[in-house]
Design a protein around this ligand. Structure first.
Ligand code: NAD
Length: 280
């Protein structure tokens, strides 16, 4: 980990979508560095596993089953953090789904698109609103919003997902300007990281073509090898051909963003594999 944890230890970190994927890893890494974790997820089973994985190792974590599409649920998560630990130092708005589909797929996709707007966009608005007063009252806080490289452009197959993730960046920018001297704001734009649960929320797998563009064939071949357990020439992160990040490498960067003094903000980060095939 490229961080010594000085500015992580003791912080109360609320993480949405902490029942799996990046959210779980950030919760586990934060707890290892001495943070007190409030993990929230709509998936109660995944959430229990996250909390147990932390407390079994002697870390401090509580889980709150919550759906970020509900403002009342987000308020409940914030209240639990204050009740249990007395403050909310960091909120990571991480819960999300990725219902990639072409507009021609609208009949199969529209319900998932509606849900993505509710989770990826409204969920972040709810998260911000649920901690804002507490952070201002405390005199400081840090809100980290997880966008995506998909938020950089609208491409074939990603219209609704890209729009929700672009919206996350816009929300962060406005919040940062309004909160100068009060709340640190960070937008994280992960590159494509296949080994989380997110791929299961894709509606039409052909619609992934937008992220690989002219490299689609090359990427498909590598992905096939990877699924067969062989990362090929790009297996070593010290090799410039390294082509797919491990989720831990992304989570470590989120921790590194937290591990900064209160007066220093990393406002935007995109972490990529040097040899990736993505074109966004
Ligand atoms: P994941 O599916 O492994 O984890 C997402 C978590 O969010 C799950 O535990 C899920 O139960 C939870 N969740 C879903 N809907 C929820 C809701 N309504 N309320 C509360 N929790 C909910 O996916 P991940 O890859 O870890 O994704 C985390 C975030 O990173 C998402 O916002 C995603 O869009 C973003 N992201 C991921 C990638 C990638 O390649 N993995 C790339 C860019 C951005």
């Amino acid at each position: 980990m490229n961080t010594d944890g000085t500015h992580v230890a003791g912080k109360v970190i609320v993480i949405t979508g902490a029942g799996g994927g990046f959210g779980r890893l950030v919760a586990q890494m934060g707890a290892k560095l001495g943070a007190r974790i409030v993990a929230a997820d709509v998936n109660a089973e995944g959430l229990d596993e996250t909390v147990a994985s932390i407390t079994d190792e002697g870390g401090t974590a509580v889980g709150v089953t919550a759906d970020v599409t509900s403002k009342a649920d987000c308020d409940r998560v914030a209240a639990a953090a204050v009740e249990q630990f007395g403050s909310i130092d960091v909120l990571v708005n991480n819960a999300g789904i990725m219902p990639l589909a072409f507009f021609a797929d609208h009949e199969q996709a529209w319900e998932a698109w509606d849900r993505a707007i509710d989770i990826n966009f409204k969920g972040v608005v709810h998260g911000i609103a649920s901690v804002y007063d507490q952070m201002v009252e405390q005199g400081r806080g840090h809100i980290i919003n997880i966008s995506s490289i998909y938020g950089n452009h609208g491409v074939a197959g990603s219209g609704v997902y890209s729009a929700t993730k672009a919206a996350v960046g816009v929300l962060s920018d406005a919040l940062r300007v309004e909160s100068q001297g009060k709340i640190k704001v960070t937008t994280v734009r992960p590159t494509g990281v296949p080994a989380t649960g997110l791929g299961l929320t894709v509606v039409n797998y052909e619609a992934t073509v937008g992220i690989t563009g002219q490299n689609t064939e090359r990427f498909g071949q590598k992905l096939g090898d990877w699924l067969g357990g062989n990362l090929g020439e790009g297996a070593d992160p010290d090799d410039v051909r390294y082509w797919t990040l491990d989720p831990t490498e992304l989570a470590e960067q989120i921790i590194a963003v937290i591990d900064t003094p209160w007066g220093v903000t990393i406002s935007d980060i995109t972490v990529r594999a040097t040899g990736e095939d993505y074109v966004l």
